[in-house]
Design a protein around this ligand. Structure first.
Ligand code: UDP
Ligand code: MG
Length: 139
């Protein structure tokens, strides 16, 4: 089974609520390997570029304002089937529908301020990793 890489973000709500350590602890418990990390404060335009697939949706304006509202921790994780396994560890987008023990069930405030991002496919992961990290920064 080939190794995959995925992009994850501890979103501004979870950084502000001091859950960086809690979330990384879950990544480590799942044996996701950290290959890059950077604390960023996105501009509105950078948040809009990252979430370009959602442009035009009702939540886009509020989402990109939230994502540029404070520091966020962007990371690349590596592992077998890490894209799907991270999505499972995150839980559903809406924390009300997230399974017990998932990051969003534990730490999300609502469907927008939902603590964490994870790429949803290999194609998305490639775009999202490249959006934040030049190849030379991936360990
Ligand atoms: N989002 C929102 N309202 C919605 C759907 C999504 O505010 O009705 C936000 C939420 O922060 C979510 C992000 O937009 O994580 C991207 O949405 P997507 O459907 O890709 O969810 P994800 O892949 O993050 O689970
Ligand atoms: Mg998504």
């Amino acid at each position: 089974m080939a190794l995959e890489r995925t992009l994850t973000i501890v979103k501004p709500d979870a950084v502000a609520a001091c859950h960086i350590g809690d979330i990384i602890k879950i990544f480590e418990a799942n044996h996701f390997t950290l290959v890059a990390a950077r604390l960023v404060r996105l501009t509105k335009k950078e948040a809009e570029g990252f979430y370009a697939v959602h442009r035009g949706k009702g939540f886009f304006e509020s989402l990109t304002t939230f994502m540029s509202s404070g520091p966020a921790l962007v990371m690349v994780l590596e592992g077998e089937r890490v894209i799907a396994r991270l999505r499972q560890a995150m839980g559903a987008t809406n924390p009300d529908q997230a399974d017990p023990g998932t990051i969003r069930k534990l730490y999300a405030q609502n469907i927008e301020r939902n603590a964490v991002h994870g790429s949803d496919s290999p194609e998305t992961a490639a775009f999202e990793i490249g959006y934040f990290f030049p190849g030379v920064e991936l360990i």
